[in-house]
Ligand binder design. Structure first.
Ligand code: CA
Length: 226
């Protein structure tokens, strides 16, 4: 799960980053609206946490502009402004959810999970795919009811595939989901994770789409384990 956090308060930002990373999310942090724009152009994200009081621009203005340009990413706004007007303005600008400062990191995590579920059109936490089930909050993967031990990167890769069912993801998009920007990346690292995921969950879990990238294999194909 690749999260963009746009927040100029370093203390709050580092708390969010630590809290969400501990839950297995890959977090990028920027402190200005300009940096957020640049980051959104450079990488694929699953969700954005946006502070409204930014040094270079109002967060609401940034959000409204991003929506106008067609950005579909779910956005949760953070603000210290507690008024109905601000809440309504936020939702009209295209926010999907709203959290008042100060907030509990566990609540932020739970709200982000809910947003991601809503976007993926699911009403329960568990993501099921044939014999495979994955719980994003506990990060437990079951295959035919048996727990499968996945590394953090493998989990991130599996999540990206499950959240984009039916879509082909390029290597670059998958790398964005699995790695943060600061991470050192071996050129074949993604292939290694794909190999491990196929070994643990069956060859059919990841389909190679020649020349384009990868996608989640059809449900049921995970039975044919390599
Ligand atoms: Ca601020």
């Amino acid at each position: 799960m690749h999260v963009l956090v746009c927040e100029d308060d370093e203390l709050i930002a580092s708390g969010i980053k630590a809290g969400l990373s501990a839950q297995g999310m890959i977090v990028e942090h920027v402190a200005t609206a300009a940096a957020a724009r640049a980051m959104l152009r450079a990488a694929e994200f699953d969700v954005m946490v946006l502070d409204l009081g930014l040094p270079d621009e109002d967060g609401l203005k940034l959000l409204a502009q991003l929506r106008q340009k067609g950005l579909e990413l779910p956005v949760l706004i953070l603000t210290a402004r507690d008024s109905v007007t601000d809440r309504v303005d936020g939702l009209q600008a295209g926010a999907d959810d709203y959290l008042l400062k100060p907030f509990d990191l566990r609540e932020l995590f739970a709200r982000l999970q809910t947003l991601l579920r809503r976007v993926a059109g699911r009403s329960v936490n568990l993501i099921e795919h044939g014999a495979l089930s994955y719980d994003p909050s506990s990060r437990v993967t079951l295959l035919g009811g048996q727990p499968v031990d996945l590394s953090r990167r493998e989990q991130a890769l599996l999540q990206a595939l499950l959240h984009n069912r039916g879509r082909v993801l390029s290597s670059e998009q998958l790398k964005d989901s699995v790695y943060g920007f600061g991470d050192e990346l071996e050129s074949n690292a993604l292939n290694v994770h794909i190999h491990h995921l196929r070994r643990k969950l069956g060859n059919g879990i990841v389909e190679t789409v020649r020349g384009l990238g990868y996608r989640l294999g059809p449900a049921g194909s995970e039975d044919s384990r390599a």
